[in-house]
Design a protein around this ligand. Structure first.
Ligand code: PEP
Length: 250
């Protein structure tokens, strides 16, 4: 049985004060959950989020990581900084980073290696564009994204790896994949993981669904055995709404 993981991606929202205010409202609402919960604030709000969560079992993640240990990379954040700031998770390869910041499959692979080496739990996002979905090539896209992401990574190192299937046509659009579409994509991702990392790692690996998850549709998606949790953008900005998603799965 894979432990459910509900991750909030706050993107470029919430100042440090707003992040702390969210945590204070959110904690009492999720005090009975057994699910793993992680909040991923913008980098400058990580410290305030970590501080506000002290004493709880809710984790904090970063939204990006650089693929070098350190160096002349203005504006970037290293694995060491992420760990030292109290984060345990990191999102890699989000479609917004692929679309607006030139994140390639090869970079995702380099970042993933650094994150695993640093002991972080990476949440690697993959997913097809609308035109790829309509052309019926979603599976090919997922296979390519996964096989490059997993390149030269050993099964032994990949134990913490979490994948997120995020069809780009469903992110922030209000359109959601059906549980059937999500399950079939997750099976493709799990098969790629089995080929590259071994069956055992693949069977234990959590695969989250992301794309317009809301309190109203979360239960039907999370009821699907292949869906091990959710990566939530818009609906994670409000404590009541994200708590309702966290609490809809026991
Ligand atoms: C996301 O940002 O990863 C995401 C899934 O966003 P939304 O829930 O708003 O579609």
């Amino acid at each position: 049985m894979r432990k459910r993981l509900l991750a909030a991606n706050w993107k470029m929202h919430k100042t440090p004060q707003q992040a702390a205010d969210f945590v204070h409202a959110f904690l009492p609402l999720v005090k009975n959950t057994d699910n793993e919960v992680v909040l991923c604030p913008a980098a400058l709000s990580v410290a305030a989020t970590v501080e506000a969560l002290k004493g709880s079992n809710i984790a904090v993640g970063c939204q990006n990581i650089h693929w070098e240990k350190d160096g002349a990379y203005t504006g970037e954040i290293s694995a060491e900084m992420i760990v030292a700031s109290g984060c345990t998770h990191v999102i890699i390869g989000h479609s917004e980073r692929r679309q607006y910041f030139g994140e390639t499959d090869e970079r995702v692979n380099k970042k993933l290696k650094f994150a695993l080496e640093a002991g972080l739990t990476p949440i690697v996002c993959v997913g097809e564009l609308l035109e790829e979905h309509e052309a019926g090539i979603a599976d090919d896209v997922l296979r390519r994204q996964c096989s490059i992401a997993f390149r030269s990574i050993s099964g032994a190192k990949a134990a913490k790896l979490v994948m997120a299937y995020e069809p780009v046509w469903a992110i922030g659009t209000g359109k959601t994949a059906t549980p059937h579409i999500a399950a079939s994509a997750h099976e493709t991702i799990r098969q790629e993981a089995a080929d590259a990392l071994g069956r055992d790692v693949a069977d234990k690996m959590r695969i989250l669904y992301g794309g317009s998850v809301k309190p109203e549709n979360a239960a039907s998606l999370l009821d699907e055995p292949e869906v091990d949790g959710a990566l939530v953008g818009g609906a994670s900005l409000d404590p009541q709404s994200f708590a309702a998603i966290v609490n809809c799965v026991k």
